[in-house]
Structures are given as structure tokens and as C-alpha cells.
Design a protein around this ligand. Structure first.
Ligand code: S3P
Length: 164
């Protein structure tokens, strides 16, 4: 059995690399944000607007509980999954290896898209503050830290070697 969850900031490459790693390892892949949007048939901006961030976090935890039941899967989590310790507990109880994909905020700011990301829609420089508040959680909750220096193939190899 191999269950892996990628954690890290918005724009760190979790979705792209989780999909690539899953293909390389012949595992299933799921993006928690996409799963959540399909499950509730609502977009993330809509949930933030109508239910606030708290409402979103509740739905996110439900989505993680659903996804953690799966086996042989790589989950790309949303950047805020570490804000609720119960999410990490759920992943661990189900045997997930948690990998922190760490990309520099300077690189993220160069190419991140903001329209579907309510927390930075008004000002993407908010990422700096968000990262400073979360960095210790990403580090504390991860089993492995992989630096993404913007070369996808290199990062994929590092990810693969860390779990193969
Ligand atoms: C969030 C990250 C987003 C999404 C939501 C909140 C966050 O996911 O879950 O906008 O709090 O960092 P990505 O990390 O996939 O962008």
C-alpha cells in the first residue's frame, strides 16, 4: 500500500507534481480542491463568498476524510489543509506519507494565478504573510520535505526517490 499526500503553499506545484508522480508510480491521483468542488457542486470562490473561510475549512475537512479512505493514491491537498490538525490526523491514521512541497514565494509570485484563489485575489503579495504564518506547520506536519526549484523533472525525481 502506498498513500501519499502533498502539502504546501498555493502555487507550489502540488497538483501538477501529484499527477506526474501518480503516473510514474502507477497510483491513483486526486486533487482535494477539485474533489470538493465536485462533491458540493460549488466553486471554491463561491464557498468562500457565501460561507466564509470557516465554512470552506469544514467542507475541506470532510473532503479529506472521504479521500483518506482511498488506498494507493496521491492526494494534492489545498494549501490550507495544515490549518486543521484533524486533517493531518486523518491522513496519518490512514497511513499517508505527508510530503511538504516547498517552493520559494518569489518563484510562486512570478506565475501564480489568483482568480480562483480567494485568499490572494485582492493582493497576491498576501502570500508572504500567509507563508510566514504557515511555514512551521508545513514543516511540523510533513514526513519529508522536497524543494521545488522550478524544474519539474528534477522535482519529480526527488519526489519519486523519496518514496519509491
Ligand atoms: C487555499 C489554497 C487553495 C484552496 C483555497 C485555500 C489556502 O488550494 O484550497 O483557495 O488556504 O492556501 P491550492 O493550494 O491548490 O491553491
Amino acid at each position: 500500500m502506498k498513500n501519499i499526500a502533498l502539502i504546501g503553499m498555493m502555487g507550489s506545484g502540488k497538483t501538477t507534481l501529484a499527477e506526474m508522480l501518480a503516473e510514474k508510480m502507477k497510483l491513483d491521483y486526486c486533487c482535494a480542491d477539485e474533489y470538493l468542488e465536485e462533491k458540493y457542486n460549488r466553486s471554491i470562490p463561491d464557498i468562500f463568498e457565501k460561507d466564509g473561510e470557516d465554512g470552506f475549512r469544514k467542507l475541506e475537512s470532510e473532503a479529506i476524510r472521504d479521500l483518506a479512505k482511498r488506498r494507493n493514491i496521491i492526494i494534492a491537498t489545498g494549501g490550507g489543509v495544515i490549518l486543521r490538525e484533524e486533517n493531518i490526523d486523518t491522513l496519518r491514521e490512514n497511513g499517508f506519507i505527508i510530503i511538504f512541497l516547498n517552493r520559494s514565494i518569489e518563484s510562486i509570485l512570478k506565475d501564480i494565478t489568483t482568480e480562483n484563489r480567494p485568499l490572494i485575489k485582492e493582493d497576491k503579495n498576501r502570500l508572504l504573510k500567509i507563508y510566514s504564518e504557515r511555514e512551521h506547520l508545513y514543516k511540523e506536519y510533513s514526513d519529508i520535505i522536497i524543494n521545488n526549484h522550478d524544474c519539474l523533472d528534477e522535482t519529480l525525481d526527488k519526489l519519486y526517490n523519496s518514496v519509491a
